[in-house]
Design a protein around this ligand. Structure first.
Ligand code: FAD
Ligand code: SF4
Length: 338
């Protein structure tokens, strides 16, 4: 491990000042950053430990939503009574991820900013454009079973690994950010980015900017929702494909609104608004769900070992829509393990 300076500010302004230089990293729960530093993938010269900042509360927002502090842990968020009652889609997505021990340490800000799980990204002896721009991509033509099928580029086919972010995309959350130029709000759809020709950038944060909170809108889709995650093991595994569905049915049983976000398939949680619009005014049913799945997967490209994901994702969309319509969430909130 290389030598680095360490700061532990107690105010956001101090953290921004400490984080203003180049080669700086904010340290939250450390469940991803510390691994990256041990593997020599991340080599910050300045680590700014943000755990003493006052960003560890969940608060009501004027107008009915909730503000999740960036330092609230994933478990404290998922088990918060207001989140469980009003945003069960988010609670079940969080609880589908990692393990209880990891979720007790992992924070909301860290979950948004965790890096891809691409094997080549973590192996410094292999080429990776995300780690070293211009070096090439080991996954294209390599072992790419877990890689993206949508929104890829010839530079990078990595996926964003978060479960929580898939639900946040479906809920149209907003990310609150502070930086040296002031505070700003980023709609969730604009927070993560596709790799394009700049795969080293996962998101639209500017250098030194800090996520302070995530805002959930009042509209919580607490009745017809599901988070469906398919993976190699039933727990403690990242998604091969997942889907968060938030649906509203009218009094006549027809679909009034529906959002479908996919995880495990792209460099960001994947939404296709034109596909979602196909559902409006329809009775829930297999044929319209199939049409939506086809529309969501239009343009999907396999790279060999991940070809299976295209059909898997199609089936996940159909099943998740059916579950949401029938009010049968896949991932129930389990009991808390301290
Ligand atoms: C074995 C294992 C299994 C896992 N399984 C899953 C899974 O199934 N599903 C899933 O979703 N996740 C999974 N995870 C990932 C886990 O959820 C993340 O590691 C965790 O959410 C990161 O949060 P953290 O607070 O520990 O972040 P850190 O490790 O502290 O930071 C991660 C990154 O975010 C940056 N950062 C942190 N906070 C902020 C902030 N407020 N503003 C700006 N940048 C910030 C850091 O600089 C760093 O780059 C797994 C992790 C492990 C180790
Ligand atoms: S897919 Fe992206 S992260 Fe993986 S090796 Fe290629 S460039 Fe690196």
């Amino acid at each position: 491990m290389i030598r680095f300076d360490y700061a532990r500010p107690t105010a956001v302004a101090e953290a921004l000042q400490a984080g203003a230089g180049t080669h700086t990293a904010y340290l939250a729960g450390g469940t991803n950053l510390v691994d990256l530093m041990k593997e020599n993938v991340a080599r910050p010269l300045q680590v700014v430990d943000i755990n003493r900042l006052p960003l560890n509360r969940i608060e009501e927002l004027d107008g009915g939503g909730l503000r999740l502090g960036a330092l609230v842990t994933n478990n404290d968020t998922a088990y918060d009574g207001r989140v469980q009652e009003r945003y069960p889609l988010l609670a079940s997505a969080i609880l589908a991820g990692a393990s209880p021990q990891l979720r007790n340490a992992a924070t909301n800000g860290g979950n948004l900013n965790q890096r891809t799980r691409c094997y080549y990204f973590y192996d410094v002896d292999t080429p990776c454009n995300k780690r070293n721009p211009g070096e090439g991509c080991g996954a294209i033509g390599g072992v790419n079973r877990i890689h993206a099928i949508l929104g890829t580029s010839e530079q990078c086919i990595a996926t964003h690994p978060s479960d929580m972010c898939v639900a946040l995309a479906a809920l149209d959350a907003q990310v609150q950010v502070s930086g040296s130029a002031g505070d700003r709000t980023i709609p969730f759809a604009d927070y993560h980015r596709l790799p394009g020709d700049e795969p080293s950038r996962d998101n639209t944060l500017q250098p030194g900017e800090l996520v302070t909170a995530i805002d959930l809108p009042e509209d919580s889709f607490a009745t017809n929702y599901t988070y469906l995650k398919l993976r190699d093991r039933l727990s403690y595994a990242f998604a091969l494909v997942s889907a968060a569905v938030a649906m509203r049915l009218g009094d006549d049983g027809r679909i009034a609104e529906c959002r479908v976000a996919l995880g495990g398939v792209a460099h960001k949680p994947w939404r296709q608004p034109e596909a979602e619009r196909l559902l409006i005014g329809e009775q829930p049913g297999e044929s319209v769900f199939q049409a939506v799945a086809d529309a969501v997967l239009r343009g999907a490209i396999g790279r060999g070992k991940n070809d299976f994901k295209i059909e898997l994702a199609r089936r996940v969309v159909v099943r998740a829509l059916g579950q949401a319509a029938a009010r049968t969430p896949q991932s129930q909130t389990d009991k808390r393990i301290a």
